[in-house]
Write a protein that binds this ligand. Structure first.
Ligand code: SAM
Length: 253
């Protein structure tokens, strides 16, 4: 049971609080079902026995699933984005758009605040990514329901992010935050595409790095290699949340 209400963590309209409560409940119901638990255990075994991390059958199974980032992790991500004043965020893995709502709220609020303080034009957006067309449709419906404080801040790139994130047009030159909430084999490719655009001090947040640790070996090796410029720690949320900060040496900036 949640100890705190979302209104303590999140600046958002009552409509958005209600929408988020509904979407998290739907996702939670799917995730706690036996069929979903069995799917995850089988995946770990397949990887252990045959080195198969993900396949077409996994995609079929997941097409109707939210797999949303849990509410407590979403709240942390929102607060980090506010604290870091993140104005340009990339989300690898959008699904039905739940975590994107938090990111968009943070970006919109950071941009509006910077505009009010400086009187200058300030820009920002969340670049969301989803390869399943039916999931992209549902995500857009949820953002519409949330309204302009969410919908106006999102650019959704549909298709395989290994292609969509390499399209330069519209991709901010400096990215302040990257959320890696994607099938494990895609996490490192997404980071490698975005890394040249990460601002010094940018945050990279990766879900499930305790629950799926063996499947994240390549990503964690990369984050732990000092040559790549990250400092990283695993926060012990359920199944783990990796919080990494990009701190390249001065000569690489
Ligand atoms: C864990 S879910 C994302 C959940 C979402 N962040 C949320 O909290 O609501 C991962 C999503 O990544 C998508 N995905 C998987 N491979 C992808 C790829 N190559 N390019 C873009 N999206 C992909 C899946 O279809 C799935 O919907």
């Amino acid at each position: 049971m949640a100890l705190f209400t979302s209104s303590q963590a999140l600046e958002a309209s009552p409509t958005i609080h209600k929408l988020l409560a509904r979407l998290h409940a739907e996702s939670e119901a799917q995730e706690t079902s036996w069929s979903q638990k069995i799917f995850y255990v089988k995946r770990l075994f397949r990887n252990y026995l045959w080195g198969v991390n993900w396949n077409a059958a996994s995609d079929d199974h997941m097409r109707t699933k939210f797999v949303a980032l849990e509410q407590d992790k979403c709240q942390l991500v929102y607060l980090l984005a506010r604290a870091f004043n993140a104005k340009n965020i990339v989300e690898a893995g959008t699904s039905f758009g739940v975590s994107t709502i938090y990111l968009a709220l943070a970006v919109g609020q950071n941009v509006q605040r910077a505009k009010a303080l400086t009187g200058e034009p300030v820009f920002g957006k969340v670049v969301a990514t989803e390869k399943e067309p039916s999931k992209a449709v549902r995500a857009r419906e949820h953002w519409k329901e949330a309204g302009p404080e969410v919908e106006d801040w999102i650019e959704l790139r549909e298709g395989d992010l290994r292609e969509t994130l390499t399209v330069e047009e519209g991709l901010p030159g400096q990215i302040d935050m990257l959320l890696l909430d994607i099938w494990t084999p895609l996490a490192l490719p997404a980071l490698e595409i975005i890394r040249p655009r990460l601002s010094a001090g940018a945050l990279v947040v990766t879900d499930n790095t305790i629950g799926a640790r063996p499947l994240y070996k390549d990503l964690l090796d990369y984050l732990h290699d000092p040559a790549n410029g990250f400092k990283t720690t695993t926060v012990p949320y359920s199944k783990g949340l990796e919080v990494s900060v990009y701190l390249p040496s001065i000569s690489d900036c």
